[in-house]
Design a protein around this ligand. Structure first.
Ligand code: FES
Ligand code: FES
Length: 167
């Protein structure tokens, strides 16, 4: 009779998270979501479905939005990760966060970090998005509270504020 291993295989991984280089020991089966929440205590990134459907776990990986539940932690080695904790550059909120508050774009708020990360990725590459651009960029994020209209208005308001000089 074979004996199952009692310890998971692990490897060291070095990645940059919100501008800070981090080296951790990660089990081979860990997802990036698990590493962020459980090893780095960055719990702003949410675990909704854990199967690539809801977008609540969205982070930027080398500037592209990804479902962190669908990326192995070791696959993020050598890459730059930005989470919701890293979008604001100073002590205040990022204009997208401000706009979500002003537009009342969060109800329960569980989906909000993921939506903001997708919007953040969009506004970094397209400062003047159309409503269709915003809808396309957010199409991988689900909101069970059905706040889509206010979320889209929030992203458009943030784009306008950023064009007008908010950092
Ligand atoms: S938790 Fe990753 S897509 Fe739902
Ligand atoms: S605000 Fe509740 S899931 Fe979106």
């Amino acid at each position: 009779m074979s004996t199952a291993p009692t310890q998971p295989f692990t490897s060291d991984v070095t990645l940059t998270v919100n501008g800070r280089k981090r080296t951790l020991t990660a089990a081979h089966h860990w997802t990036l979501l698990h590493l962020l929440r459980e090893a780095l205590d960055l719990t702003g990134t949410k675990s909704g479905c854990d199967r690539g459907e809801c977008g609540s776990c969205t982070v930027l990986l080398d500037a592209l939005p990804v479902y962190s539940c669908q990326v192995l932690a070791l696959q993020a080695g050598g890459k730059e990760v930005v989470t919701i904790e890293g979008v604001a550059s100073g002590p205040g909120l990022h204009p997208i966060q401000e706009a979500f508050i002003n537009e009342d774009a969060a109800q329960c708020g569980f989906c909000t970090p993921g939506f903001i990360m997708s919007a953040y990725a969009l506004l970094r590459r397209e400062p003047s998005p159309t409503e269709a651009d915003v809808r396309a960029a957010l199409s991988g994020n689900l909101c069970r509270c059905n706040a889509y209209g206010r979320i889209i208005q929030g992203v458009l308001a943030a784009a306008k504020a950023m064009r007008e000089g908010a950092s």
